[in-house]
Design a protein around this ligand. Sequence first.
Ligand code: 3SL
Length: 231
Amino acid sequence: MPSMDVCFSPELLPLYNLTGKIAVAVDVLRATSSMVTALSHGITHIAPVSELDSCLAYRDLGYLVAAERDGIKAEGFDLGNSPFHYLEEDRTGRMLAITTTNGTQAIRLSRAADEVLVGAFLNVGAVAEYVRKAGKDVIVVCAGWKGLFNLEDTLFAGALAERLEGDFTLNHDATLAAYHLYKAAKADKLGFLSKSSHVQRLERLHILKDIEFCLQEDTYTVVPVLKGEFL
Ligand code: 3SL
């Protein structure tokens, strides 16, 4: 039976062997939730980029360019990092390049895996279905915050573990921790996360509606897969 493991921060990735595995990169608040929303609302493909300069360069190729640093839209870019950018305006047929503080780095740092998927609560059921069909070991790579652990990405890992229970072994300590935290949080994720650092950071920026949106489960069925430089 394949197994599921969790890496709580990209800084810990050197301790994991990703060969032969599927990595699910997650940054629930908000990068991977925004990407899943964008691809579900007409964006044709996404370039997840590490640096501001290289992201901006995509504009000359006709891309929408999006950038966030410390929760705030970076100057000179078309968009920041809100899923509502793709809900409140029609972006159908557009290509997107995006760089964010943690999420885009987690995706790029997972590339040693056989496949890199992008996960969020918004598509957790579809991700579970994808990895179940693939039948390979899976590792959730939590984006965290600047190398540190965060609670919301851990809850996503727990939600995925719950969906995979019975078909995957869940006996890594990190997976068990995520699973039990999710069980405790499931009925009221927002309440459970209310004191967490990134929820507080986003609340200070008055974007509670983004948080509520990103905590919804199974809104979308898209499973973004990294092919070369693009999702
Ligand atoms: O760190 C990231 O990648 C972002 O998702 C952070 S924020 O939610 O846009 O503040």
